[in-house]
Design a protein around this ligand. Structure first.
Ligand SMILES: CC(C)(COP(=O)(O)OP(=O)(O)OC[C@H]1O[C@@H](n2cnc3c(N)ncnc32)[C@H](O)[C@@H]1OP(=O)(O)O)[C@@H](O)C(=O)NCCC(=O)NCCS
Length: 171
């Protein structure tokens, strides 16, 4: 299957909603995407879709978050959600979205990406436990599931703190 990854366009919004709804088995993430699109935390150019034969079959979103320390804060990106049409799982589409998204985020000059997810999945894309840099999740999660990746070498060095998700995550 020839899959291309490109920026989401307004006419894709409905397809993106359906994919998130189907992939997650409910509207929670689909609604989150809708809220983030309108938010000042959205990261322009970092809502991407996977397309095959003119059909949208996957989506990934990155938005801006902060790493908060006592007297300082730093910008980073949070990767969430990523979703692929269920019947097409396991064909590398999710992987392609993640890789292309990371490449684009790097090209746009972001320093690091945070993800909360499967510890078996994200390390293959370069994510490591965020605790390596003492970057913490604002709520209790298994250490191995809260991950980060530097897009600029050394960006997370000395940036120990707690991630503040965009308010639209309603955390
Ligand atoms: C996660 C998701 C986007 C991956 O897309 P995909 O196109 O199936 O992924 P790929 O084909 O690139 O990779 C498949 C590999 O990822 C693994 N994988 C995918 N989702 C996984 C998950 N939630 N937990 C553990 N492993 C997972 C598969 O087991 C497979 O592993 P293998 O390569 O060792 O066989 C897709 O499964 C999906 O839409 N899931 C529902 C939504 C979701 O959970 N999103 C992630 C949280 S934000």
């Amino acid at each position: 299957m020839n899959v291309t990854v490109r920026e989401e366009r307004p006419e894709d919004n409905i397809h993106v909603f359906v994919i998130n709804n189907e992939a997650f088995g409910g509207a929670e993430e689909a609604d989150l995407v809708e809220r983030l699109r309108k938010s000042t935390s959205s990261a322009p150019g970092l809502s991407l879709v996977a397309e095959a034969k003119g059909k949208v079959i996957g989506h990934i979103l990155f938005s801006k978050c902060q790493i908060i320390a006592e007297d300082e804060s730093w910008e980073a990106l949070v990767l969430a959600p990523v979703a692929v049409t269920p019947i097409l799982h396991g064909r590398g589409i999710g992987g392609k979205l993640i890789q292309e998204g990371l490449k684009k985020a790097k090209a746009l000059g972001y320093g690091a990406v945070i993800v909360l997810g499967e510890a078996d999945y994200y390390p293959r894309f370069g994510f490591e436990k965020a605790s390596k840099w003492e970057v913490k999740c604002p709520f209790e999660v298994p250490d191995e599931c809260f991950m980060a990746q530097e897009l600029k070498p050394g960006y997370l060095e000395g940036k120990a703190g707690t991630v503040r998700y965009p308010i639209e995550f309603q955390i």
